[in-house]
Design a protein around this ligand. Structure first.
Ligand SMILES: [Zn+2]
Length: 457
């Protein structure tokens, strides 16, 4: 990487603020970097003192950003900075590569970024002119077969949207049932509809569709996205297309209205499921065997911590976690809301960390960490450096876990992480739960009962 002006160094990559002795309080990727290629703060250098160190903006005990100091600066990026979560103690500076998932540089991504920087990336190629390449791309994607077929239909422009059906004399109504405002063409149904465009915006890929050129059809857009997205995001992009279509069909054919979060969750869980079945992981992680598996209690004396997170863009992040013993007895629970918009893995890691901290505070020393997020579970289980954008939280957790006598990690399907999931959702009701107060809302305690009921016969 070339040398940058001292200013750029502060915020290069949004979070890898590696200026001078900036005491290692590396924050995590927040809105500055998430999903965009714009990693630096845009405020002119003169607004910030020239010799400012990031650690000066953080309270001494790492409890949070020094809001008063930051407000002094009067930059409209202060909010963005404040939304970068901090880890609990000092870390050494490190340089991360944003374009790979693990934050470690690869020649392939380097080449692509360099090409893009030179403006050599392929411009809007039409789907027909670029046939070979796009089909090769499609077949290589690691996505479930039904999703591949769906993608093939998109690229062939044969998705049965209302306009296409009307042209063939099937059905008269051509208005989009989600917004009721415009004709339902394929590109409207999956990109331009305001409902859908909001889903893209809050998705883990943070795609701002309204900033994209409105020319071309759906196939053109997919080709363009295939060329411009990070390699790591391709599968998720297609999964989201598919889940948005699934949501649309549910509404039209079954009268069932689902929200954007439902679509995002469907995309993530289906991809996760597929990936787990198709990838051999480097570390053995207990994997679910049955299809509809239930929550299982840990072996005595371990305490199982189920955690989960829920994100609503522009609103915040909810975290939920529950500690239970070998008899399924609740040893602690937390439902916490933060007005920070985190990326999914980051939020899930954060929830897990809260769980570990709560266990520590309660004097628990044997834990099973159970999550439904494969990225976080495998990052935790791998005992190697993690340079990804949630790597700092992972390291933080690994640090905390040194104080335990036994630790194991468990990935489960969403269906057996129900209580944590609902606790995370509950956080948005703005009535935080700390189980030490003894109050757990009825619907949550019903869920807890439901999860252990199979243990009673
Ligand atoms: Zn619409």
């Amino acid at each position: 990487m070339e040398k940058h002006s001292s200013w750029q160094k502060y915020y290069y990559y949004g979070y890898a603020m590696e200026h001078r002795e900036w005491d290692g309080c590396v924050g995590l990727e927040g809105p500055l970097g998430a999903g965009s290629s714009q990693f630096q703060i845009l405020t002119p250098p003169r607004v910030w003192p020239n010799d400012l160190r990031i650690c000066e903006l953080i309270h001494e005990d790492y409890a949070g950003w020094n809001v008063a100091k930051l407000r002094d600066v009067q930059s409209n990026e202060v909010e963005a900075i404040l939304s970068i979560p901090l880890v609990s103690n000092a870390r050494k500076d490190k340089i991360m590569w944003h374009y790979t998932k693990n934050g470690i540089y690869s020649v392939k991504t380097g080449y692509r970024v360099a090409k893009q920087a030179q403006g050599l990336s392929c411009d809007s190629t039409s789907s027909s002119g670029n046939d070979c390449k796009i089909w090769r791309w499609m077949w290589r994607l690691e996505i479930p077969p039904e999703v591949k077929i769906f993608l093939w239909k998109c690229l062939k422009n044969i998705l049965p949207v209302k306009c296409a059906l009307a042209r063939r004399g099937i059905g008269m109504d051509t208005i989009c049932s989600r917004c009721g405002g415009e004709e339902e063409t394929a590109v409207h149904a999956l990109r331009d509809c305001p409902w859908v465009s909001f889903a893209w915006k809050i998705s883990p890929l943070r795609i701002e569709t309204d900033r994209h050129a409105r020319r071309g059809d759906l196939a053109d857009w997919i080709v363009w996205m295939a060329e411009n997205l990070n390699d790591e995001s391709h599968s998720m992009f297609v999964m989201l297309l598919w889940s948005l279509w699934r949501g649309r069909n549910l509404q039209i054919f079954q009268g069932k209205r689902v929200d954007q979060i439902w679509c995002l969750e469907l995309a993530a869980s289906r991809l996760e499921e597929y990936t787990v079945l198709n990838t051999r992981l480097r570390v053995p992680i207990q994997r679910p065997v049955e299809k509809n598996e239930k929550w299982e209690p840990p072996n005595f004396p371990a305490i199982k911590i189920n955690s989960d997170a829920s994100i609503v863009a522009e609103v915040g992040t909810g975290m939920g976690l529950i500690l239970r013993d070998h008899e399924g007895q609740v040893q602690g629970a937390l439902s916490k809301f933060q007005t920070i918009n985190m990326a999914v893995d980051e939020a899930e890691a954060w929830a897990c960390r809260e769980g570990v901290q709560l266990a520590l505070a309660k004097g628990i020393r044997n834990v099973v960490l159970e999550l439904d997020n494969m990225n976080v579970v495998s990052a935790l289980a791998r005992n190697e450096k993690n340079f990804s954008y949630f790597g700092n939280i992972i390291e933080d957790i690994q640090q905390l876990l040194l104080d335990f006598s036994s630790v194991s990690f468990n990935w489960v399907r969403r269906s057996s992480n129900c209580v944590a999931h609902h606790l995370a959702r509950h956080a948005f009701s703005f009535s935080p739960i700390e189980s030490d107060s003894g109050i757990i809302p009825q619907n949550i305690s019903d869920l807890i009962m439901g999860e252990v009921s199979h243990l009673m016969h």
